[in-house]
Write a protein that binds this ligand. Structure first.
Ligand code: CAA
Length: 240
């Protein structure tokens, strides 16, 4: 029977590309989303992939969502923690709401989702957890103390989870994309984005499917000896 993969924030951008790539690779795929019902409807009609609505920042909603998916589709073998938001602002102007919103979704969302699936993975002695960080969690970014903190936090979280899961055949890894052609990056002011793209050694934005391929690899049986690592997919940006 095909393994079951759940992708959070799975109806747009890197999440949607990941759902499609996992489906092409033969997995049964389920996409979570939190708010954008129109995008979820479009995605479901286009791909035939089931969508489930809950907010990853809500601990209880994650448990309920995972219970529902388990009942309706089956136990989750592969979790892709992709859901993320930005609330960019320099620190001196950042409100505590902007700080909390990003930490709650981008970092606590990983905890909430992993907590909901980990018992099942431990019992079945198999699991693949791939969490999406960012170049900006590694290098920092002007205007992103909240986002960089959350995305760096994902890396430490994953290394610890990798140690805990290793004995039960559960791997935990990070994919750290650079600037990728998504709605999130399209929201960056045009002049700032132009400078950023100029600083990418390959000279362009990444494509969501280029990031998705890395995630599919880490989900595969071939990646069973890879755990606790961060795979950068960024066009050489961190080198620049
Ligand atoms: N480095 C150094 N100085 C910078 C700068 C930078 N990158 N960007 C702006 N500045 C300077 C400005 O020139 C200006 O200087 P002066 O005061 O001397 O004129 C000053 O900083 C502006 O500071 P403010 O606090 O007034 O900032 P602001 O309110 O104008 O807006 C910002 C700042 C919201 C951070 C805006 O610059 C911005 O949106 N930047 C983009 C941040 C970014 O890259 N976000 C990534 C989103 S995509 C993503 O996150 C996906 C992923 O994983 C890659």
């Amino acid at each position: 029977m095909a393994r079951i993969a759940l992708v959070t924030g799975g109806v747009r951008g890197i999440g949607a590309a990941t759902c499609k790539a996992l489906k092409s690779a033969g997995y049964t795929v389920v996409a979570n989303y939190s708010a954008n019902t129109a995008a979820a409807d479009r995605f479901r009609n286009e791909t035939g992939i089931s969508t489930y609505k809950w907010d990853v920042a809500d601990f209880d909603a994650c448990q309920r969502g995972v219970d529902t998916v388990t009942k309706e589709v089956g136990p989750i073998d592969i979790l892709v923690n992709n859901a993320g938001i930005t609330r960019d602002s320099t620190l001196h102007k950042m409100t505590k709401e902007q700080w909390r919103a990003v930490i709650d979704v981008d970092l606590s969302g990983c905890f909430n989702m992993c907590h909901a699936v980990i018992e099942g993975m431990r019992e079945r002695r198999f699991g693949r957890i791939i969490s999406v960080s960012s170049i900006n969690g590694m290098a920092g970014q002007f205007g992103q103390t909240n986002y960089a903190a959350a995305k760096a936090g994902i890396i430490g979280f994953t290394k610890s989870l990798a140690l805990e899961g290793a004995g039960r055949n559960i791997t935990a890894n990070v994919v750290a994309p650079g600037y990728t052609d998504t709605d999130m990056v399209a929201a960056v002011p045009a002049d700032v984005l132009k400078q950023i793209v100029a600083s990418v050694p390959v000279g362009r934005l990444g494509r969501p499917d280029e990031v998705a391929r890395g995630i599919v690899f880490l989900a595969s049986d071939d990646a069973g000896f890879i755990t606790g690592v961060t795979l950068s997919i960024n066009g050489g940006k961190y080198l620049a």
